[in-house]
Design a protein around this ligand. Structure first.
Ligand code: OGA
Ligand code: NI
Length: 337
């Protein structure tokens, strides 16, 4: 029911019980590190070798980095954020048309993560879209706001190009041919989650999104330049990712961990909420095609004492498993040898 949406209700004065985490699972916002920055990589630099070295370093140390001069037009990013905000501020009866809690639907407005399986909810509504090939999916996207399809399509195209550039640099950083990962993952699918985190009456008791890793290959996140919320786990501590003007956040996701035989890591991250300001983020997920078999290249197996960590599987098997688990389990662990 669309009445489940946070954005269908007015301002919340107190946190409903169903969002309250047990004490041991709360975000402990005082323990979060605010003065460490994740690496920032200037993709506009003429020194490509240096970019590859920085990507290699960032993938191994944090699994997360921000990119600037990334080729996605600032205008596209701003329009994407505007249209996302307009969408979530549509009247409830308009949003109700798009609501579903079926995890397999290719276009849906939903809430939390997977309310059919959760006992505690997350303080988030989200719009989920499939974005590649665009011609196949755009007709089914929201037609309100009127500019939605055009703005989101343009943004998706640009982000896809950036994704391939990054895969090129990551391939080189693993000492593979530049086009290895792009070819390996086949005609890559592209999904989007437009996340809406309303103001929350009690941010210490709940999450926008609890700790998770992303199931896909690579994620590119556009976030509100003025509100922090994303946090990344490093050496057992949560680090707040401060938004940088015009930057995009990139994270390694599960399939790159599997394909690199664990050399680069899919990093745990979470989104917290706050009581003063709502927050919007737009996550673009590059995903392998469903039938692609995920298995590391020979070069990354054996040799220096690195036997294969994971079994071979298709992305379809992985993705089905992901949606049948809860976010606190690391789906990759189910595929260990
Ligand atoms: C996601 C995600 C973080 C954020 O959508 O997978 O991690 O800051 N989002 O919204
Ligand atoms: Ni994520």
């Amino acid at each position: 029911m669309a009445s489940q949406l946070l954005s269908a209700a007015g301002n919340h004065v107190s946190l409903p019980e169903i969002y309250v985490r047990p004490e041991s699972q709360r975000p402990r916002l005082h323990d979060v590190i605010n003065d460490v920055n994740i690496p920032v990589i200037d993709l506009g630099s003429p020194d490509r070798q240096q970019i590859v070295a920085q990507v290699a370093d960032a993938c191994r140390s944090f699994g997360f980095f921000q990119v600037v001069n990334h080729g996605v037009a600032v205008d596209s990013m701003e329009k994407m954020m505007e249209v996302a905000s307009e969408f979530f501020h549509l009247p409830p009866e308009e949003k109700a048309k798009y609501y579903s809690d079926d995890p397999t639907k290719k276009m849906k407005l939903s809430t939390s993560f997977n309310i059919r399986k959760e006992s505690v909810r997350n303080w988030r509504d989200y719009l989920r879209l499939h974005c590649y090939p665009l011609e196949e999916f755009v007709a089914g996207w929201p037609s309100n706001p009127a500019s939605f399809k055009e703005v989101v399509s343009a943004y998706c195209r640009e982000v896809r190009q950036l994704g391939f550039r990054l895969l090129g640099a990551i391939s080189l950083s693993l000492e593979l041919e530049e086009d290895y990962l792009e070819k390996m993952f086949g005609e890559q699918e592209q999904h989007m989650a437009v996340n809406y985190y309303p103001k929350c009456p009690d941010p210490e008791l709940t999450y926008g999104l609890p700790a998770h890793t992303d199931p896909n290959v690579l994620t590119i996140l556009l976030q509100d330049p003025n509100v922090t919320g994303l946090q990344v786990l490093k050496d057992g501590r949560w680090i707040a990712v401060r938004p940088l003007p015009n930057a995009l956040v990139v994270n390694i996701a599960d399939q790159l961990q599997a394909l690199s035989n664990g050399r680069i890591k899919s990093v745990w991250h979470r989104a917290v909420v706050n009581s003063d300001r709502e927050r919007i983020s737009v996550a673009s997920f590059l995903c392998p095609g469903n039938s692609v078999v995920i298995s590391p290249p020979e070069k990354l197996v054996g040799g220096d004492g690195c036997p294969a960590i994971y079994t071979s599987y298709t992305y379809e098997e992985y993705y089905d498993k992901f949606w049948s688990t809860t976010l606190d389990e690391h789906c990759l662990d189910f595929f260990k040898r």
